[in-house]
Design a protein around this ligand. Structure first.
Ligand code: PMP
Length: 394
């Protein structure tokens, strides 16, 4: 007899990630996938990573294959202080915790903060896997709408009139799935609300470096620091989108009040992040190849994004509208009329193309007309073919 009723209640209720399920389809022969947020492997710096690997084996063998500190590799944390400074963030190595990608950072942060019934606010739409983490806690999730300027902070302010909020989770720059960036004005207002109403902002920034223009928004972390606040914003980022996701190296900048406890949660979870890949990233960073690598990625994704936008305008303008992304990996689109993009996926799969239906990115009030395209993995020819297939599936 099955013992599945022995699974904890909150685990029994868990649903598989829609994207992970879709990725199974995207591996089928002939399918063009615009689904996963998967960096283009052709852009990985094979030569640089190979050299760094060799160096690690020859020069840091002991450290790379040994247990390490929970907080992470000392050298890497020092290098990250410099990398963060280049992003306008002033911090020190003792505030940094190296994680197994930002995904683990989000898990550690949310688990460290959430009491049963605590209210966590997310954008509508938001990053699916954060909803998954929240579903593993007994926190209450509330959502706030967003538009071309990111989260509608006025809506959050109205919610604060009636609701005590523990934390706001936000991808303020080139968001996943929306592709949008929170305006400077809203950034300042959000941080001021966090100070006034004493909530925490979890700033998830995997895509900020992948800008298609020279324009840069201040991070929320930096915005808070400029206002003299060093307690409200927790910043996380990752090497997944700028170097390689298989390394599983990300980091958190923790405010002093979280530093020790979050490290203990990390210790209980996996002792520390992968020693070998931390050493590898550290060796890579000494080679001065990261900036040119990021420049390459920015240019390649910009071209692909422009190509996909052009094809969608040429072929599907009567049906679909979208915001033009200024960076990142995603183009968020919506049908101009009532439409169910989850249903439609069956037809597009038959024609050989997958995307992610928008409804999975909503914690509530799902908009079924929406869908997310990733332009990062496919070639321009494939993007064109994908759009033609989408048209034929209508
Ligand atoms: N946050 C966002 C918004 C993401 O899109 C992703 C990856 N898709 C992550 C966090 C996790 O990235 P990783 O764990 O690879 O660093």
């Amino acid at each position: 007899m099955s013992k599945s009723n022995h699974l904890a209640d909150r685990i029994q209720q868990l649903q598989p990630s829609a994207i992970r399920e879709l990725l199974k389809h995207s591996k089928m022969p002939g399918i063009i996938s615009l689904a996963g947020g998967i960096p283009s492997a052709e852009l990985f710096d094979k030569e640089g990573l190979a050299t760094a690997t060799q160096r690690v084996v020859e020069e840091s063998f002991g450290d790379a294959f040994q247990y390490g500190l929970t907080e992470g590799n000392v050298e890497l944390r020092q290098q990250l202080v410099g990398l963060c400074q280049a992003r306008g963030i002033t911090t020190s190595a003792d505030r940094l915790l190296i994680t197994s990608g930002s995904q683990q950072a989000l898990d550690l942060l949310i688990r460290s903060l959430a009491n049963p019934g605590d209210v966590f606010v997310v954008e509508r739409p938001t990053y699916l896997a954060t909803l998954q983490i929240l579903s593993l806690t007994e926190a209450t999730v509330k959502s706030v709408g967003s538009d071309a300027d990111g989260m509608k902070v006025d809506e959050l302010e109205a919610l604060l009139n009636t609701t005590r909020i523990k934390a706001v989770y936000i991808v303020p720059t080139f968001g996943n799935p929306s592709g949008t960036t929170l305006s400077a004005e809203r950034r300042e207002k959000l941080v001021k609300l966090a100070i006034k109403h004493d909530f925490v902002i979890i700033e998830d920034d995997p895509y900020g470096a992948i800008s298609f223009t020279e324009e840069r928004q201040k991070t929320l972390f930096q915005t808070a620091a400029a206002l003299g606040d060093h307690h409200s914003v927790v910043y996380t980022s990752t090497f997944s989108k700028i170097l390689a996701p298989g390394l599983r190296v990300g980091w958190i900048i923790l405010p002093e009040w979280m530093q020790q406890k979050v490290a203990i949660v990390k210790q209980a979870t996996d002792l520390h992040a992968n020693s070998f890949t931390q050493s590898l990233v550290s060796a890579y960073l000494t080679m001065d190849r990261l900036e040119p690598q990021i420049a390459l990625i920015r240019e390649a994704y910009k071209q692909k994004c422009q190509a996909l936008s052009r094809f969608l305008k040429e072929e599907l303008d009567d049906h679909i509208t979208f915001n033009q992304p200024q960076g990142g990996m995603f183009l968020w689109a919506q049908f101009r009329y009532d439409f169910d993009t989850t249903q439609w996926l069956k037809s597009t799969l038959e024609k050989g193309v997958v995307y992610v239906p928008g409804e999975f990115f909503f914690s509530d009030c799902a908009d079924k007309k929406t869908l997310r395209f990733s332009y990062a993995t496919a070639t321009e020819d494939q993007l064109y073919e994908a759009v033609k297939r989408l048209k034929s599936a209508l």
